[in-house]
Design a protein. Sequence first.
Length: 148
Amino acid sequence: KHNLVLFNSQLIMVFLSVFLMLLSAVIAICPAEAERLYFPQINNMSWDEARTYCQVCFKELVSVTPDNSAVLVEILNNDSWIGMRKKLGGPMDWSRWSDNTSLVFQNWYPRSPDPNNTEDTCVKLLSFGAWLEDDCNSLLPSICYEGK
């Protein structure tokens, strides 16, 4: 019985040590001052479906900034919808993100966006970080964010 109690005590100590180690790793990865958390979505959806999904389950489709562009490319497995759309006759254009923040950074693929395009178009983040217009009805993964 004494050995069983000693074994249980050691097991609890090992568990607590591992738990604290993992907790410190999570804190290091997600500091309290982090403004946004990113959630790549693997389900293919149209841009409108992806935006609605992000708004319901998180906050919004991601907006790309100089601060997060490298992180977003690291988590991408495929070209993915981001929070930019040119909606003719509507409130969104290439100067604002879907969360209504101003565009302060651009990384368009060469010859994009097409100034002659008269269709509503949405923007996908290519797996290497450039932006490209695409038909908003194309079915792609997306990146949502949560936070400020």
